[in-house]
Ligand binder design. Structure first.
Ligand code: UDP
Length: 343
């Protein structure tokens, strides 16, 4: 098939592209390299089944041509992560809402099966774990910029279901804390990338608060497999799926595991949220997907145990980011706010 992946130079997007190419598809990527990186797709440039356009999904004329030319669309392009949305809320809202509007409008016009990437962030502060796709969401006030990300993604989902209502074959995936090769070691957005880098450099591993907060870390191969199932299983049309592991891990346990696997002597320190985020920061204490729906409809289960995925991820970091490329000081607390940059 001919497949368009928006955001195909990003962390999840580029891993998805690799799998689609390996499966024999012809892949078109539209990515403006805002957080995506050319290094993620460099190995594919020149491949006769790979085509890259460095442009924004807000370019309607381009998107019209691209969607018309393919059989299927995976829409992953977005301003990703709370940090970027908080820094520039207008750009975040605009790209994440308008961008999806453009993609879905074209998908509808040319009647192309589409997967829209959403986020576990849409559940907001809900404590109803495990989080079921049909459960209520709980978001903070509109005066707090971070909630605009969850709102924008929720609007994207509403768009998708509105088009599904008109018959468009579209599905939504909600990602839960994906990790693996191509995470940015210097960037914001993944505690796993950050802890691995801190451990490798012998810097303190910065566990926020008591480290009892939990996440369900999902290895990238599982994230990609779930995404493709959502785009191919007939019964997935018009539906939304949690794509996440059910292995709930405390952040303090994660820190200890990473230190052990890296073979590091880093100390593990506790950092209050207010030192990093200021007062009134609202953290999700437990984020756990209900995995039953994805299992029933997609036959999807995130099977990679955390330790297995971490070993592969650490191996990739060592290869792709030798220590001399990791500028010291970039993983300290100030570095948490620094935009990722290619070394
Ligand atoms: N975290 C931490 N230390 C750090 C960065 C993150 O303890 O230096 C914790 C954070 O409080 C959260 C978890 O790790 O509970 C996951 O954070 P991340 O930013 O990776 O993703 P989130 O799930 O918050 O979007």
């Amino acid at each position: 098939m001919r497949i368009l992946v928006t955001g195909g130079a990003g962390y999840i997007g580029s891993n998805l592209v690799d799998t689609l190419i390996a499966d024999g598809h012809e892949v078109f990527v539209v990515d403006n390299l805002s957080t995506g990186k050319i290094t993620n797709i460099q190995h594919l440039l020149g491949h006769d089944r790979f085509h890259f356009v460095n442009d924004t999904i807000l370019n309607e004329e381009l998107m019209d041509r691209m969607v018309a030319a393919v059989d299927q669309v995976y829409h992953l392009a977005a301003v990703v992560g709370v940090k970027y949305v908080v820094e520039d809320p207008l750009n975040g809202i605009y790209t994440n809402v308008k961008g999806t509007e453009v993609v879905l409008e074209k998908a509808y016009k040319y009647w192309k099966r589409t997967v829209v990437a959403s986020s576990s962030e849409v559940y907001g502060k809900s404590t109803a774990v495990p989080l079921h796709e049909a459960a209520d969401r709980l978001l903070g006030p509109t005066t707090v910029a971070r909630w605009s990300y969850a709102m924008a993604k929720a609007i994207d989902e509403h768009f998708a279901f509105a088009y599904a209502n008109k018959g468009l074959p579209v599905s939504v995936v909600r990602y839960f804390n994906s990790y693996g090769p191509r995470l940015d070691p210097k960037g914001y957005g993944s505690v796993i990338a950050k802890f691995i880098t801190q451990a490798r450099l012998g810097q303190p591993i910065t566990v926020f608060e008591d480290g009892q907060q939990t996440r369900c870390f999902t290895y990238i191969e599982d994230t990609v497999r779930g995404t493709i199932l959502a785009g191919t299983v007939p019964a997935a049309i018009g539906d939304v799926f949690n794509i996440g592991s059910d292995q709930e891990t405390k952040i303090i346990e994660l820190a200890e595991m990473i230190r052990r696997l890296v073979g590091s002597k880093s100390e593990i320190i506790s950092v209050p949220y207010r030192n990093v985020f200021g007062e009134n920061f609202e953290e999700t204490r437990r984020r756990v997907p209900d995995t039953r729906h994805a299992k029933e409809v997609l036959g999807f289960y995130a099977e990679t145990p955390l330790e297995v995925g971490l070993r592969k991820t650490i191996a990739w970091f060592r290869e792709a980011w030798p220590r001399h490329k990791l500028a010291p000081g970039r993983t300290d607390l100030a570095g948490y706010f620094d935009p990722g940059e290619e070394g």
